[in-house]
Design a protein around this ligand. Structure first.
Ligand code: 5RP
Length: 232
C-alpha cells in the first residue's frame, strides 16, 4: 500500500488525542496537513478547538479546513501538538525540518503539554542521520556559520558531514524559511550521539535552531498497511 495511505491512517489515529476546548499546535508537512484536514472535518461536525500553525502553509490549509486559528502569543497554553517527522528512532528522537519549518515547529512542540508525532513506516529508523539534518541559520555570515556547523558535527563524531545551503526549486536562490532564515542541509550518514550534536550546534551564534528534536515526542503513531501503531 502507499505511504499516503499510511500517513492518513496515522493522522486519523492522532485525533483520539484531541478533546473539545483544546488549543492545538498544528505541524507542517504532508502528514501534518492530512491531520489538519481530518481535524477540519471534526470541527465541521461541532468539535471546538483552536489551532496554532507552525508555518504559513499550514495556516493556509487550516483556514481552508475551517479551523479557527489564534496567534501563538494569544495562546495561554498549548495542549497537544501533532506534527510529522523525517526520521524517528527507537528513543523517540526525531529529525525534522525537511519542509523548512523546524524553528517554529520546535518552539510550538516545546511549549506544548504533549507532542504527538505522526509518520508513515518509512520514517522509523534504527539510527538517525540518513536524512540530511536541517539547520536553520541567520543569513548574515552564513558561510562562517556553515564552517562552524561542519566543525560541530565533526566534534559530535560525524566523520565527513556534507553541509549544503538549501536552494529553492530553481536551484539558484536560497530557500528562505517563514522566519526569513536560510537552511543548511547536513548529510551525516549516521548521527552516533544526537545529544552531543544538539549541544555542539546550539553553541554556534548563527544557528537559530536545528532539526534534532530530543525529548519532545511522547507519542509516535506509525501508519502501517494494516492500520496505525501507537507507541507511547
Ligand atoms: C517540516 C517537517 C515535516 O514534518 C517533515 O518534513 C515530514 O514531512 P512529511 O510529512 O511531508 O513527510 O519537519 O519542517
Amino acid at each position: 500500500m502507499s505511504t499516503s495511505h499510511q500517513k492518513t491512517s496515522a493522522a486519523v489515529a492522532a485525533l483520539k488525542y484531541v478533546q473539545d476546548g483544546m488549543v492545538l499546535g498544528l505541524g507542517s508537512g504532508s502528514t501534518a496537513e492530512i491531520f489538519v484536514r481530518k481535524l477540519g472535518e471534526r470541527v465541521a461536525q461541532g468539535l471546538s478547538v483552536k489551532g496554532v500553525p507552525t508555518s504559513e502553509r499550514t495556516a493556509e490549509v487550516a483556514r481552508e479546513a475551517g479551523i479557527p486559528l489564534i496567534p501563538v502569543d494569544q495562546a495561554d497554553c498549548l495542549h497537544v501538538t501533532v506534527d510529522g517527522a523525517d526520521e524517528v528512532d527507537g528513543k523517540f528522537q526525531l529529525i525534522k525540518g525537511g519542509g523548512g519549518c523546524l524553528l517554529r515547529e520546535k518552539i510550538i512542540a516545546h511549549a506544548s503539554d504533549l507532542m504527538v508525532v505522526i509518520i508513515d513506516e518509512t520514517k522509523l529508523v534504527g539510527a538517525l542521520g540518513e536524512f540530511p539534518l536541517p539547520v536553520e541559520v541567520d543569513p548574515f555570515a552564513f558561510t562562517i556559520t556553515a564552517k562552524k556547523v561542519f566543525d560541530a558535527l565533526r566534534s559530535a563524531g560525524i566523520e565527513r558531514p556534507d553541509v549544503q545551503l538549501r536552494r529553492k526549486g530553481d536551484g539558484l536562490e536560497p530557500f528562505i524559511t517563514d522566519g526569513g532564515n536560510y537552511i543548511l542541509d547536513c548529510a551525516c550518514g549516521m548521527i552516533p550521539d544526537a545529544p552531543s550534536a544538539d549541544r555542539a550546534l546550539k553553541a554556534i551564534p548563527g544557528v537559530m535552531e536545528h532539526g534534532l528534536f530530543l525529548g519532545l515526542a511522547r507519542v509516535v503513531i506509525v501508519g502501517e498497511d494494516s492500520g496505525a501503531r501507537v507507541m507511547e
